[in-house]
Ligand binder design. Structure first.
Ligand code: KE4
Length: 428
């Protein structure tokens, strides 16, 4: 039984009366692990402190944005400076151009970029642009991949849609998903077959180049290669959803890590440094179709918000000036080795790419949505609470990726492995 957290309990009961499910996003509801969410007082480097005063080593990092940990001084200072000039103007600022130029400098496939306020908004806009640019309607996605709560993509979505057993949400009219083709992740032959049948009608394919929303599932080399080959062959756009992987797996994202070049890229999380930013960008000839340069409509009151731009700029500049990727790879490798050893007596697969990882409690390697869902979610829930009560805060679902930050140290990794060893010793 989880340790008592009375103030979070009271806060949750109060929130339930005002907010559906007491949370502003189902991913935070602890639905997959039972119990109730903890309410946070503050973040501090690699730590979260809840309102009962408990401190946790944070492997969620706000679901990915906080690659620099909580309250990085460079980010805090940048936002403070921006705030003293005003929070928003509804008119352009040079901060927006500076962040756009930096994104273009860091992600080679991006020649132009538009800011929005969330990853969902970026994915939704990229889909509309792909359809507007090609004049086609069909969009391909992959079971288990999540691209935000876009109506036409809420079909076998990952993340909390999986957790809450809502593969296709009520409220999405049938015709919204009529043009959505759902294929199997890591299935190159399935891609070839689908394109042979539908290729001339496909506007775009959207993919998490490393899947994080069914738990961490790396791509097979031939999957990404076939994706690029088929989309080129049939004139469909290849859209990399790098909301989670962008600026995390490499400065240029997963596409840089794998030497791939999509037509469009969707960004979020790290690009806002913890404030609400999404972005979509890519080939200039495509992006010039976005209004007011072109006919594809998209707009947003707080798109390019100066405070969010300041946080994103400070974060990307820090990553550019002091690239942490070799360090994160070393920390991730050490953590993975230690967790595998702690779980050696159990069916498990620890899957990792750089600073993103998932400990699956399953005997088979997880290569797609079907194999992910074979995992023992009851065992994961016991693991989650056992780690929580030892001060380690993991994603509250087997179907989420965990994240390391530059604020995590060797000592933190060692403490995490020790805690896992204790918790898993009780599992048979
Ligand atoms: P947002 O609208 O939540 O900013 O981004 C949607 C999104 C798009 N694409 C990918 C690959 C994503 O991972 C996400 C959001 N990720 C989830 C966690 N798996 C956000 C957590 C939540 O929904 O509260």
């Amino acid at each position: 039984m989880p340790m008592p957290r009375p103030r979070s309990q009271q806060a949750f009961e109060r929130a339930l009366r005002a907010i559906p499910g007491g949370v502003n996003s189902p991913a935070r509801a602890f639905g997959a692990v039972g119990g109730q969410p903890i309410f946070i007082d503050r973040g501090d480097g690699p730590f979260l402190v809840d309102i009962d005063g408990h401190r946790y080593l944070d492997y969620v990092g706000s679901w990915g944005p906080l690659i620099l940990g909580h309250r990085h001084p460079r980010v805090v200072q940048a936002v403070e400076d921006a705030l003293h000039k005003g929070a928003t103007f509804g008119a352009p600022t040079e901060l927006e151009t500076e962040l756009a130029e930096l994104i273009i400098a860091l992600v080679p496939s991006i020649e132009m970029v538009r800011m929005v306020s969330s990853g969902t908004e970026a994915a939704m806009s990229a889909l509309r642009l792909a359809r507007g640019f090609t004049g086609r309607d069909v969009i391909v996605k992959f079971a288990g991949c999540y691209h935000g709560h876009v109506d036409s993509l809420l079909v076998q979505a990952g993340s909390s849609a999986t957790t809450h057993g809502v593969p296709t949400s009520p409220g999405v009219p049938r015709n919204c998903t009529a043009d959505t083709l759902v294929l199997r992740f890591n299935d190159p032959q399935g891609l070839v077959d689908a394109f042979r049948l539908h290729g001339e009608r496909i506007a775009g394919v959207i993919v998490e180049p490393v899947a994080g929303n069914m738990g961490l599932v790396p791509p097979s080399a031939d999957f990404l290669t076939e994706l690029r080959r088929q989309t080129e062959r049939y004139g469909a756009l290849l859209i990399y959803d790098e909301v989670m992987t962008g600026f995390r797996l490499a400065l240029g994202g997963a596409q840089a890590l794998f030497g791939q070049k999509p037509d469009l890229t969707v960004l979020g999380k790290i690009v806002g440094g913890g404030l609400p930013v999404g972005a979509y960008g890519g080939r200039a000839d495509i992006m010039k179709h976005v209004m007011p340069a072109g006919p594809v409509f998209q707009a947003g009151t707080l798109s390019g918000n100066p405070l969010a731009m300041a946080a994103g700029l400070a974060t990307l500049r820090e990553l550019r000036d002091h690239p942490p990727y070799a360090r994160l790879e070393e920390l991730g490798r050490r953590l993975a080795d230690g967790l595998r050893e702690a779980a050696a007596h159990l069916p498990h697969h620890l899957q990792r790419v750089g600073s993103m990882w998932t400990l699956f409690f399953t005997a088979a390697p997880v290569v797609d949505y079907d194999t992910a869902r074979l995992a023992d979610t009851a065992r994961f829930a016991r693991f989650f609470w056992g780690m929580m009560d030892r001060g380690i805060y993991l994603p509250c679902s087997q179907f989420e990726a965990a994240f390391l930050s530059t604020a995590h140290s060797d000592e933190h990794i060692a403490a995490t492995i020790d805690a896992a060893r204790e918790v898993l010793a009780a599992e048979k």
